[in-house]
Every structure is written in C-alpha cells, then in structure tokens.
Ligand binder design. Structure first.
Ligand code: SAH
Length: 358
C-alpha cells in the first residue's frame, strides 16, 4: 500500500467502508498524496485538448463572445472557468477575446475555480501578463451569482465524484471501498439502498447492471443554470461522456497515459468517470435554463471554424504545419477525441441557441 492507501485503510478501520465518491475525493484532492492536491498530472498522466492545440481555447473564447453578442452585449459580465489545469485554455481564450471583442472584458471579472494550489500557481504564472481582472476561488459559490455568467469547463465534470449502485436479485446495493486481506477492495453494502435513490428511468436494469451518479456534478450544473436563467450568460461544458442512460460503469484510473487499476495506487493515477450528459441536461433544465446538445467535439469545433483557424496557423508557422495538422486531427477525428468528447451548452430560455448548437 502507498501512504495514501494506508491512510484510507485507517479511515475505513475507524469509520467503516467509504463510498466511491468519498474515495475519489481523497485520491484527487488529498494535499499530501492526491492527484491534483499534491502534483500536476497534466502531461504526465494525460493530455487535454487545450494542451494539444491553441485553437481549442481560442475557439472557446470566441464562442463566449458570440453568445454575449447574441444576448445583447451586457456590461460587467463574469467569465468563469472551472478547473483551468495549467491555465492554457483561459490564456488562449483571453487572447482571442481581446483581439475580437475587447469591450467584452471592459468591466468583466474573470474567475478561475481551482481546488489545487499547485495548479493555481501554474495558472497565476501563465496569466501574469494579462491585464484582465482575474481572481481565484476554490468552489463555484454564492459570490458568482450576481452577474451575467459566461462559463467554460473542459475535462472538469469528469473529475467530480461518482457513486455506484449495483443491481442484484435483492435490489440495488451501493458499491463501497473496504479493506480485505490487507488491501483496498470493492464490496457492496449488505442492505439494499432505498428505491428512491434510483430514478425511475434506470429502475429496469438487468442483474449486474450499474447505476452511476455524480451528485456534485448535477448540483453544480443546476446552480450554474439557475444563475444563467436569472442573470443571462452561457456555459459550455466539454468532456468525455455519453448522452443516453445506460447501465455500465465508467469509473477509470489513468497513469502515464495508460489505464491503471482503480484501487492499486491511490493518488498516483487520475480517477475520473465519463460524464452523463443526459443527467446533466436534466439538471440544467431543473435549474431553469435551456440545455443544448450534447454535440460531438468534432461537430462543435468544425462549426466554430477550426478548419480555417488551423490553415491560418499553418500559413503563419510553415515549419510547424505538420504538427498543427496532427494536433487538430487529434481533436476532431472521430477515431481519436472527436466523438468520445462532447459538448453541452447552457443558455437562458428564449435566447438564440449558442454557436455550434443551432
Ligand atoms: N481544464 C483543464 C484541466 C483539466 S484537469 C484542461 O482542459 O487542460 C481538471 C482540473 O479541474 C484541474 O485543474 C483540477 O485541479 C481541477 N479540479 C478537479 N476537481 C476539482 C474540484 N472539485 N474543484 C475545483 N477544481 C477541481
């Protein structure tokens, strides 16, 4: 057992088995050994779209500007990014926004929601040359509810903790983490969960079927939607995920760009789960806003003009042309990131559909 696993085992000995959600939170955010709490996994364990091509962040920045135009160019907006990683997406977005619509940023506040002190330090360094009013906070909270909200989130929702319920002949049992023979192990709760935990559209699962739910993701999507419904704005959530309810499990561990065992080395691999866009869209609607999509990353980026942007980048950097073309292909090719990654947009009801979702 590594040091974090040993501490988790002590916690289980004292308090009983942990839910998968509690385990994920410890593995991701523990300040001494967590994936994000103690180090920067981006590049080492996995790579994200903004790190692959600058066009990704630029186009998301321009998406924001177009949504702002479509809704009447409100003054004093708030631009929020959830989980900005190394700050690359927001740096590329701010550069594109400054070039295309400097008035968007006049009076605007930029807020970066980041749990990891290590990544926050990288973001501060990356953004030190920008003159925009940029601040940081650890959670999306009530301080972010009083202005029109333009929000971007790439590969953020997949990090939010999931709970899993497994259908057996006795009913649905939550999958927990316990200790067996000196090692962390999965186990089901002995008593079935109350039937109210399982929504009616998932009740008819076969034996062995899994219901995976990300409660924090759904609450957050509803909160974001409520702000957008009340104050205006738009949100774009990009992630790997699925768009219709299923009975599979998607919790995964990735280390060094390869799949790893979820329980093997807590904190040493990145734990995540595919985003349930179907449930996320329902949460957005419960928050009072309109949900659009999901559309595939391939279609979104094509619609936002990644083709002409890539050509322009290749003309201005001819020696890099092959690298630029390969990077863009990785983002849009359906065999690579183009189809697995999807985008969901949020906008107030009765406003034009956001760009890429018309
Ligand atoms: N969006 C970036 C990074 C994705 S990695 C990119 O595309 O490159 C996930 C990011 O979300 C990291 O910055 C991580 O520290 C942050 N994060 C994960 N869980 C979080 C939480 N619960 N609260 C705030 N930030 C979180």
């Amino acid at each position: 057992m590594n040091a974090l696993a040993a501490r988790i085992a002590e916690l289980i000995a004292a308090d009983g088995p942990l839910s998968i959600a509690q385990f994920m939170t410890l593995c991701l955010h523990d300040p001494a050994g967590g994936t994000y709490g103690a180090r920067d996994p981006i590049g080492r364990d996995f790579v994200t779209a903004p790190e692959i091509s600058q066009a990704f962040g630029e186009l998301l920045g321009l998406w924001t500007v177009q949504a702002w135009h479509d809704q009447g160019r409100a003054e004093g907006v708030r631009l929020v990014e959830l989980g900005p990683g190394r700050g690359t997406l927001i740096a590329d977005a701010l550069r594109a926004i400054t070039a295309a619509a400097p008035d968007f940023l006049g009076g605007a506040e930029v807020v970066l929601v980041e749990a990891s002190p290590i990544l926050e330090a990288l973001q501060r360094d990356k953004l030190k040359t920008f003159t925009a009013d940029i601040s940081w906070c650890k959670h999306f909270d009530d301080n972010l509810t009083d202005r029109p909200l333009f929000l971007l989130a790439n590969e953020f929702f997949d990090c939010l903790p999931v709970r899993q319920f497994v259908k057996t002949v006795q009913g649905w049992h939550e999958r927990m983490i316990t200790v067996e023979n000196g090692a962390l192990a999965f186990a089901l709760t002995p008593a079935p969960a109350p039937s109210s935990v399982i929504p009616s559209d998932r009740a008819e699962a076969p034996t062995g079927g899994v219901y995976e739910i990300a409660p924090a993701a759904l609450t957050l999507a509803e909160e974001i939607a409520a702000v957008i419904a009340a104050k205006g704005g738009a949100a774009l959530i990009v992630d790997y995920g699925y768009d219709s309810p299923g009975f599979g499990e998607t919790l995964q561990a990735v280390a060094g760009h390869k799949f790893a065992e979820v329980l093997a080395e807590p904190g040493e691999s990145d734990l995540s789960a595919h985003v349930d866009f179907y449930a996320l869209a329902k949460a957005v609607e419960a928050g009072g806003a309109a949900a659009y999509g999901p559309v595939t990353q391939c279609n979104l980026l094509a619609d936002l003009g990644i083709g002409p942007r890539a050509e322009r980048l290749m003309i201005t950097n001819p020696t890099q042309a092959r690298i630029i073309a390969d990077a863009v292909d990785r983002l849009v090719n359906p065999e690579k990131m183009g189809a697995l990654f999807k985008a969901l947009a949020v906008a107030p009801k009765n406003t034009p559909p956001p760009p890429g979702f018309c």
